[in-house]
Design a protein around this ligand. Structure first.
Ligand code: PRP
Ligand code: URA
Length: 213
């Protein structure tokens, strides 16, 4: 059973836990790190899309006609926060290949730790879509809250946020800023350090995915 409190769900699946442990290891190299981020995103999407509505349509099997459920309702938009969120996109698209993809560019200022916006391009009719915002790390919560502000400013209404590792500080900031969204976390870590990095965390997710630094 996953651990759900209000709009926040902390994943409890042993496969997700196992893969997050491998991600944390400083000896895990870029290629393996990238594959793990994608696999974890796919496993998390499986859980977080549980509430997608279905409708019955008529299908003809080789044996007979029958009514069978298919996904209905709002179309999905996946919105990674650049850069590290990009690593999660393909995992979601493996499950929902028809989803549209938007991009939000935010970079944390190294001294103030505040997010600075540098890009925003969202799919059309965002107001009619179920939007899933992706970022492996929820640290102070500034980047996630700013990304969701930007999506709401463009009309987005039905929004979920998915991260692999959250700090309690960031979870509190995000759920206070946007109490209407569902927040899905692979794990809730202990705290932030003096540089606003998550402890124990996994280091800098963008650098580990792209092999920079
Ligand atoms: C990292 C991470 C989040 C943000 C989290 O991105 O991917 O976007 O920090 O921190 P916060 O919750 O305190 O805002 P970063 O700004 O390092 O950019 P990058 O992905 O391009 O490396
Ligand atoms: N961004 C990261 O990539 N890692 C952290 O621990 C905090 C912010």
């Amino acid at each position: 059973m996953d651990n759900k409190t209000g709009n926040v769900m902390i994943m409890d699946h042993p496969l997700i836990k196992h893969k997050i442990s491998l991600l944390r290891d400083k000896n895990t190299g870029t290629g393996e790190f990238r594959s793990l981020v994608e696999e974890i995103a796919m496993l998390m999407a499986f859980e977080s899309l549980r509430s997608l509505p279905t409708e019955e349509i008529e299908i003809e099997t080789p044996i007979e006609k029958c009514m069978a459920p298919v996904i209905s309702g709002k179309k999905l938009a996946v919105v990674p926060i650049l850069r590290a969120g990009l690593g999660m996109v393909d995992g979601i698209l493996k499950l929902v290949p028809s989803a549209k993809v938007g991009h939000i560019g935010l970079c944390r200022n190294e001294e103030t730790h505040l997010p600075q916006e540098y890009y925003c391009k969202l799919p059309q009719m965002i107001e009619q879509r179920e939007v899933i915002v992706l970022d492996p790390m929820l640290a102070t919560g500034g980047s996630a809250a700013a990304a969701i502000d930007m999506i709401k400013a463009k009309g987005g209404k039905s929004i979920k946020f998915m991260c692999i590792i959250a700090a309690p500080e960031g979870l509190e900031v995000l759920s206070k800023a946007h109490p209407d969204i569902g927040i899905y976390c692979g794990n809730l870590d202990r705290c932030l350090n003096e540089n606003a990095y998550i402890c124990p965390g996994l280091g800098d997710a963008g650098d580990r995915i792209f092999g920079t630094k």
